[in-house]
Design a protein around this ligand. Structure first.
Ligand SMILES: [Zn+2]
Ligand SMILES: [Zn+2]
Length: 349
């Protein structure tokens, strides 16, 4: 089969590799669509601590496909089912796993990072992931494009749950990339009364319009603090979400927060970034909660597929370019360039 194999920094190749053999407690999924994530681009650029030395890894953790083979002990699934896969799984035994917070497990695994993933014609879903419910069927009303983006949506639901957006809230999202747009849609579903999206890219702001934000701010041209205060009647934002890898935005986030506001630092900063200065007196005197999230769990992944199935959230419109698996290097470079929103890999030819 063809697979995109990470071999070193800036060396990801489409290669012929064996179709994974599966054991009695495992499943084999034929991948139909896989999306490129910012994390894949980071691995391409800098490598990853979980992929050591000469190690090779099939990348890809956002994908959907069909079950083509099941080990004889696997129950509850059938060959031919359409499935999405939550890529993160933990040991299942430790304190964080017992609390469902698998992405913080010391023995955390992720398809496409610590084990082979979905940039391949076939991917093996191992026993631990199957037992933990990571392979989730979806019906024929959902297409493979939509389901491939259930993973980034699940990560946004994780962030949403930590700030608990409520009806009537004013929400400010800084960053109008795919993650910012997913947060915008979740905030709408949650009943936020005003959703304000800021970005420095006019092109991204223009695209965001179709998801009906109340206010768009070009923070390259307008002062973000002043604009947010003006659009919230001086109150500030009850929820602030940073959906970009920019330190100054993290500093700004507590300043644009309302009293008793919640700040979600969603986008991580580039590797090796310095510590960020944050005005702790503002947090102290205004009762602000600052939190951060990464990844998602099976519960959030299930909710994500439900929201897609119920047409509450549109993931498909975020896809701006498609590449065949043979063009994996082009796909990664395109994603790296920051043009468009989501890049997807297909397996047609
Ligand atoms: Zn991702
Ligand atoms: Zn664990």
């Amino acid at each position: 089969m063809r697979a995109a194999v990470y071999r070193g920094v800036r060396d990801v190749r489409c290669m012929a590799v064996d179709v994974p053999a599966i054991g009695d407690n495992e499943a084999l999924v034929k991948v139909r669509v896989a999306a490129v994530c910012g994390t894949d681009v980071k691995i391409y650029r800098y490598g990853h601590r979980a992929i050591k030395g000469e190690g090779e890894r099939i990348l890809g953790h956002e994908f959907s496909g069909e079950i083509v083979k099941l080990g004889k002990n696997v129950k509850g699934y059938e060959v031919g089912m359409r499935v999405g896969v939550e890529p993160n799984f933990g040991c299942g035994r430790c304190r964080v796993c017992r609390n469902g917070l698998i992405s913080y497990c010391d023995e955390y695994n992720c398809l496409g990072i610590t084990v082979d993933g979905g940039f391949a014609e076939y991917v093996k879903i191992g026993e631990s992931a199957l037992i933990q419910g990571n392979m989730v069927p979806f019906d024929e009303t959902v297409d493979f494009d939509e389901a491939a983006l259930a993973e980034p949506l699940a990560c946004c639901i994780n962030g949403f749950e930590s700030v608990g957006t409520k009806p009537g809230d004013y929400v400010v999202i800084v960053g109008a990339g795919p993650i910012g747009i997913l947060h915008l849609q979740i905030s709408r579903v949650a009943g936020a009364s005003r959703v304000i999206v800021a970005d420095v890219s006019e092109e991204r702001l223009r695209f965001t319009k179709r998801f009906k934000p109340d206010v768009l701010i070009n923070s390259g041209k307008e002062d973000l603090l002043e604009s947010v205060l003006r659009h919230t009647g001086g109150r500030g934002a009850d929820v602030v979400i940073t959906a970009c890898p920019v330190a100054s935005v993290q500093s700004m986030a507590v300043l644009i927060s309302a009293k008793l506001g919640r700040v979600l630092l969603f986008g991580g900063l580039p590797k090796g970034s310095d510590s960020v200065a944050i005005d702790t007196n503002t947090i102290h005197y205004n009762g602000i909660t600052v939190t951060g999230t990464t990844g998602s769990n099976v519960s959030q992944y299930g909710k994500s597929l439900d929201l897609i199935t119920e047409r509450k959230i549109d993931t498909k419109s975020l896809i701006s370019k498609r590449f065949d698996i043979s063009q994996i290097d082009k796909a990664l470079q395109y994603a790296e360039s920051g043009r468009g929103l989501k890049t997807v890999i297909e397996f047609e030819s």
